[in-house]
Design a binder for this molecule. Structure first.
Ligand code: FES
Length: 154
């Protein structure tokens, strides 16, 4: 709860900051998710019902109440990336991670997600791993990125 309290203390106790708080906290938290205890704390801090916090989490696809892997990989599938063969990037990830959209590897290292524009269309295809966006991808580049991340684990 220390991390959550640190993040909450940066925001005024106003409902309009709910999404920003949720996004910042989820990004910072190991396993990238909002637990029911977190929902209770955020609800108390902002003075909004827990049901409202849960509704916001379920409405925004970036937010989750389900634990994710250490690395959340989001492959852009919007038109500019799609026409630059983002499908081959996604297929390569499915092949090497042996998971599909929304799933997490058994070792809890990677979660794979399809997402919308990451704002790097000029360098498509793109994917984000946690806070870092990788661009101009090829299947070979993707394999190297995954191998490097697996190496960091050791
Ligand atoms: S469409 Fe993929 S980064 Fe914009």
């Amino acid at each position: 709860m220390i991390l959550l309290n640190e993040i909450l203390s940066k925001y005024p106790k106003e409902q309009e900051y709910l999404i920003e708080i949720l996004l910042e906290y989820q990004t910072s938290k190991k396993n990238h998710y909002i637990s029911s205890e977190d929902v209770a704390s955020i609800s108390k801090y902002l003075g909004v019902p827990e049901s409202q916090v849960c509704s916001v989490i379920s409405f925004y696809s970036l937010l989750s109440m389900k634990p994710k892997g250490k690395y959340v990989i989001q492959v852009c599938h919007d038109v500019p990336c799609f026409v630059n063969d983002s499908t081959s990037i996604y297929d390569k990830l499915v092949e090497i991670l042996e998971i599909n959209d929304g799933e997490t590897t058994k070792d809890n290292l990677f979660t794979l997600e399809i997402t919308e524009c990451l704002g790097r269309c000029n360098e498509a295809p793109a994917m984000r791993v946690n806070n870092l966006v990788y661009v101009s991808l090829t299947p070979a580049k993707v394999e190297k990125i995954i191998n490097d991340l697996r190496g960091e684990k050791k």
